[in-house]
Write a protein that binds this ligand. Sequence first.
Ligand SMILES: Nc1nc2c(c(=O)[nH]1)N[C@H]1C(S)=C(S)[C@@H](COP(=O)(O)OP(=O)(O)OC[C@H]3O[C@@H](n4cnc5c(=O)[nH]c(N)nc54)[C@H](O)[C@@H]3O)O[C@H]1N2
Ligand SMILES: Nc1nc2c(c(=O)[nH]1)N[C@H]1C(S)=C(S)[C@@H](COP(=O)(O)OP(=O)(O)OC[C@H]3O[C@@H](n4cnc5c(=O)[nH]c(N)nc54)[C@H](O)[C@@H]3O)O[C@H]1N2
Ligand SMILES: [Mo]
Length: 767
Amino acid sequence: MTRQLTSNHWGLGLVRTQGGRITDIAPHPADPSPSALNDNMAASLGGRARVLRPAVRKGWLEGRRGTRGEDPFVELDWSEMLDLIAGDLTRVRKDHGNEAIFAGSYGWGSAGRFHHAQSQLKRFLNSVGGFVGSDGNYSYNAALVTMPHILGGGFRQHLAEATRWPVIARHTDLIVAFGGLALRNMQICDGGNAIHRIPQALKDCAARGVRCVNLSPFRGDMADDMNAEWLAPRPGSDVAVMLALAHTLLVEGLHDRAFLDRYTTGFDRVEAYLTGADDGQPKSAEWAGAISGLDPDRLRRLARQMAGGRTLITCAAGLQRADWGEQPLFAVVTLAAMLGQIGLPGGGYTVGYAVNGHVGAITRPVPWGALPQGTNPIAEQIPVAMIAEMLLNPGGAYRAEGRDRIFPDTRLLWWAGGNPFHHHQDLNRLRRAFQYPETVIVNEINWTATARHADIVLPVAAATEREDFGAGKTDNVLVPMPRLVPPPGQARTEYEIYTDLADRLGTRDAFTEGLDTEGWLRRLWAQTQSAAERRGLHLPEWEEFRTGDIVVLPDPAPDQVFLADYRADPVADKRATPSGKIELFSQVVADCAAPDCPGHAVWRETRDRQAGLAERYPLALLSGQPATRLHSQFDNGDLSRSQKVAGREPVLIHPEDARDRGIADGDVVELFNDRGRCLAGARLTPDIARGCVFLWTGAWYDPDFDAPHARDRHGNPNVLTHDLRTSTFSQSPAAHSAQVDAARWTGPVPPITVFDPPIFAPRVDGT
Ligand SMILES: Nc1nc2c(c(=O)[nH]1)N[C@H]1C(S)=C(S)[C@@H](COP(=O)(O)OP(=O)(O)OC[C@H]3O[C@@H](n4cnc5c(=O)[nH]c(N)nc54)[C@H](O)[C@@H]3O)O[C@H]1N2
Ligand SMILES: Nc1nc2c(c(=O)[nH]1)N[C@H]1C(S)=C(S)[C@@H](COP(=O)(O)OP(=O)(O)OC[C@H]3O[C@@H](n4cnc5c(=O)[nH]c(N)nc54)[C@H](O)[C@@H]3O)O[C@H]1N2
Ligand SMILES: [Mo]
């Protein structure tokens, strides 16, 4: 049987099907380093946790009683379900207005230009008067908000302009990588990553003798090929390390005054802080050594090495997903500016090389056609990570980016294509917050924890069950995505669901514009075709494309060097900041009067440590992206499950920390702090620094409501993280800063329940 194409955020797949099910997925020959994440799909899409029929929480059906997350569900047929939703939407709009509908609906969903879950939901709600949305993302929100003030321009543009890896291989002497350059993270790109280029690019760097220092608590954040030196700063101490490197450059006269004068403003303020003129504390190597645990002499030598050749500083986005996450951004730009190599091939800095596999590898040559979302008459948006805060404080005041704002009063919450019970911090708090709205609707493929915390769950078709075409937001490859198998049970495409709902609400024409799926695919393809044509690129007709192979477009900028134009002509190419220069001190940020985010780089202790929690919970919790899946997607798939330990998510722990606690490799352990607790499976490794544990994100949250803190049986780190965000300036997620402790679990090991369907109850009337 022939194989057919599909596309995912992690890459291409050549899919074999039998009897309406996927049997296996092979890589595409165009991809030199294919991702293994396809191996999760077959078992998960055909698994026990698949949502097969529309379902409603029993307590909600019986008059909005009971507790979300704990009640059983009742299955309904589509027509009754859509009547219920149409009725409830009309009630909320009439009684409270569309401001009472929240549909920020953050999340990655699946690849495919047309069936994009968030766009579909937003287009539908815009056709009936709009909704409150959310702004930013969980990935690099602090950078999205802060970088325009430091560098000017949008951070996404900075990512697109990152220096290309082959340029680095040719020109760079030394890479200093804060948070490493995790190859496992570079498998992914939003919307599709057809050709994985970076594994080979890093090999080329190593072959050309590029040296590398991996500054991360986890040795595994750097590819083995790089033969990196490993320095493990204590989590949350990187800004101190960056400042100490800057201090050494300053006191040893190794900084580039001419560059600072010509291209930056605000160095005088930084200098006063570095020398201690403004707070009495020089930010010396000894000072940073005491904070970070790194050898002060090594830090001084590192500063000299950095000044002695072409040096690239990289900073993982993970560092800004932490307490005071704005500070590493100010600090990394400051350090790079002092070296004076910004804009030179292989020099300067980049934040976020590992946020996806395209940064430094490729940029999109053509704007792809996209489903228009229409206009939202409701202007209100909350910072994305304030979801729990918003639900818990209807009408409450908050501050963000220096402005005083008011939370909307949410009555109806609708989520499509995201899993907040994976992505948000402090899940016990989120669980309380999710009790507030009157109605919670979730569209899902699987019975994720978020679906289980909803009132209404709509079964949706997965990407392999609907026709589409794929093109990563920043990729150069177009991928036909035929419908490979029918959706199981009563699952339907979201477009069909909203069309039927719009019909009930009298807005069918506004929503569909008279087009069916086929009509939309042709329209979006025609838009893509003409955008390509304008750039002198020819794309095949839809009929030819949809049954053919991938289309690879040329790389528009293979030799790109970040900020080369600005370096060449800082007047003509001035930055979009108030001064037109790089602002190492931003008056605008300072004027926001957020005391937790002054206008230049400062080091601050993490909140848990400030609160003295490190005494009780001595282990710093890292919760980076998992190697075996994308976030929480397909966690019940084969690859993800193959790496679990005693059925739990693995937690990496240093052998000495394990020995102190009587923990052996393979043991079930309990991780805990004042916010929550979870079980996990111990993996002992010297690759994690002492005093740290690393629990991958994305294990489906499996709370035991009879246990203290509703203990999660599976190992989701967000039961342990705090929901305080980076600072009142950018209000970004701060998942990486949490103190915990670990103990060997001696009780009976409870079975995982989240890979099974929830409990279904018969209806009250017995039908
Ligand atoms: N502790 C901690 N937490 C973190 C992070 C961290 O580093 N540490 N990282 C954060 C980051 S960077 C991110 S981006 C977030 C990711 O958070 P999310 O994007 O919310 O995570 P996903 O697991 O990708 O969730 C996507 C959901 O959409 C569903 N889905 C897929 N396709 C469709 C579709 O077509 N329609 C519908 N309706 N549903 C679909 C999937 O089944 C899945 O449940 O997590 C954040 N959370
Ligand atoms: N396989 C896979 N790849 C992914 C994803 C996935 O779910 N699975 N998700 C994608 C998404 S949405 C995103 S946003 C990117 C995220 O990409 P990144 O932001 O680069 O990823 P993280 O894994 O959160 O963080 C990188 C590393 O930073 C280290 N780190 C954490 N805190 C500190 C600290 O205080 N100091 C130092 N020096 N290091 C620290 C951790 O060891 C962690 O491994 O990854 C993308 N790639
Ligand atoms: Mo992300």
